[in-house]
Design a protein around this ligand. Structure first.
Ligand code: 5GP
Length: 192
């Protein structure tokens, strides 16, 4: 029998590198093994996003209260004025289901979480083929203003410098291949 060690899988990447698609693929392929770790966030829902599915959408006041109560494994002000964080209760909820939480976090959050769980976490950095391609993808997504895209692109160049800090780097040149590569790495980790 496999050990009941509480494992964590961290997926991180610059915004627009296809991370969400990879995460969706993994959850679809391994529904009995993985569960999406729903972060708390203070930004407004976009498009079809749902409260308690994509994020726990809460106010900044509520978020700050939870920081005070020490309820977060990690939290970060990822974009100007917007808090994002992983609740301890969320990881416990998933472990109690006998599954492994899959965390979609920014690079700093990823580094911090893996430092806290050095022996039980696996971190994957999804690398876009280039910054130009990443900008094209962000524009194609059509959910952001021009200013927001410029901000995200400059932030992405900085985030690329973090890639060597993670256990594995998956290049997303071809989405299907990136999904398969990530799945293979994760299956191996879960079996170990
Ligand atoms: P978005 O606003 O596009 O949904 O997410 C912005 C960024 O915040 C993404 O890089 C996403 O991975 C990151 N993020 C989401 N949840 C968390 C979290 O709990 N902690 C940290 N550090 N980053 C998060």
């Amino acid at each position: 029998m496999h050990s009941a060690k509480k494992k964590i899988i961290i997926i991180t990447a610059p915004s627009g590198s296809g991370k969400t698609s990879v995460v969706r693929h993994l959850l679809e392929q391994m529904p009995d093994k993985l569960a999406f770790s729903i972060s708390a966030a203070t930004r407004k829902p976009r498009g079809h996003e749902k409260d308690k599915e994509d994020y726990y959408f809460i106010s900044a006041d509520e978020f700050e209260k939870r920081i005070q109560n020490n309820e977060f494994v990690e939290w970060e002000m990822v974009y100007e004025g917007k808090y994002y964080g992983t609740l301890k209760s969320e990881l416990e909820r998933i472990w109690q289901q006998g599954k492994t939480p899959l965390l979609d976090v920014d690079v700093k959050g990823g580094v911090y979480i893996q430092q806290q769980y050095p022996n039980s976490s696996l971190s994957l950095f999804i690398e876009p083929p280039s910054i130009e391609e990443l900008e094209r993808r962000l524009r194609a997504r059509g959910t952001e203003s021009d200013n927001s895209i410029k901000y995200r692109v400059s932030k992405a160049s900085y985030e690329m410098t973090f890639k060597d800090k993670f256990d594995e780097v998956v290049i997303n040149e071809d989405l299907q291949k990136a999904c398969k590569d990530a799945e293979k790495i994760i299956r191996k980790f879960l079996e170990s």
